[in-house]
Design a protein around this ligand. Structure first.
Ligand code: 13P
Ligand code: ZN
Length: 264
């Protein structure tokens, strides 16, 4: 198996084992380099194409490894060629399948959201490569009990553990419940990605982005861990906590440029 497929499916498997991607829940899209593509296919031959109704001109020529719709994260490691596809953006509205979806499958229903997020994140960071959508339990729990104010969410998550501010200093975006798989949620998520690397979908899950598999997995882990701590203590009597001054001291010590206007 190509090393990049092995590494990607190992991360997908870990997400499943954490309980964040039940059934077909969650999806994954990863920009591959030309060298990585050559470790998967010898020559480029289009198997099928997929049309979309938005403009992805800025992605033309890029290769993506994308999970298939209705595919289970549980099965990706043992059968990548059925559960994932290697696609090239061949035109402003067309993806070309070069490998994978062996059983006739197609890209995740969230592919437009993923691609729109890639477009936005690449504007912010040339090294950006990865979008992961998952269903972390405690993030979903929080979205049932906390008002959907992203500064409030950011403050709470930062204050649950010391590492949060270090790992996501830009904070976290939060969207209300919107029907998944559609244009509205895709546009809204991509808009949030102008400012954040992670966006909560209320009563649904999380979209996280970044440069590497480890970075994005670590981001999801850290956010979900903070949410888990919140869910464990939110109905308890808290006698001491991380203060605004503690966070400012932390930011100074680690030279962190955090989102202003929340703890200042
Ligand atoms: P897909 O099976 O189409 O990837 O959808 C799963 C999901 O999590 C929808 O938000
Ligand atoms: Zn989902």
């Amino acid at each position: 198996m190509a090393k990049v497929i092995e590494e990607a499916t190992e991360i997908i498997d870990l997400l499943y084992k954490h309980g964040w991607d039940e059934r077909n829940g969650g999806n994954f899209s990863y920009i591959l380099t030309d060298e990585e593509v050559q470790t998967i296919i010898k020559e480029e031959k289009e198997i099928r194409e997929f049309k979309y109704d938005f403009d992805m001109s800025s992605l033309i020529g890029k290769y993506f490894l994308i999970t298939g719709t209705q595919k289970y994260f549980k099965n990706c490691l043992k059968d990548p060629e059925t559960n994932l596809g290697l696609l090239k953006v061949k035109d402003k509205d067309t993806l070309s399948l070069l490998w994978g979806y062996k059983d006739g499958g197609r890209p995740t229903s969230e592919a437009p959201t993923h691609l729109k997020c890639h477009i936005e994140r690449l504007k912010k960071d040339k090294e950006h490569r990865l979008v992961i959508h998952c269903h972390p339990t405690n993030i979903i729990c929080m979205s049932h009990i906390l008002e959907l104010d992203e500064n409030k969410w950011t403050e709470i998550l930062w204050k649950m553990q010391t590492e949060s501010l270090v790992v996501f200093p830009e904070g976290i975006g939060v969207l209300p419940w919107i029907i998944c798989g559609g244009d509205e949620i895709g546009e809204a998520t991509a808009l949030k990605m102008k400012e954040y690397r992670s966006v909560v979908w209320a009563q649904h899950g999380l979209f996280s982005t970044g440069k590497t598999l480890d970075e994005v997995f670590g981001l999801i882990e850290t956010i979900e861990k903070a949410a888990e701590i919140y869910m464990k203590i939110c109905d308890k009597k808290v006698v001491q906590s991380i203060t605004n001054d503690n966070l400012k001291e932390l930011a100074k010590a680690f030279n962190i440029n955090y989102k202003k206007g929340i703890i200042d």
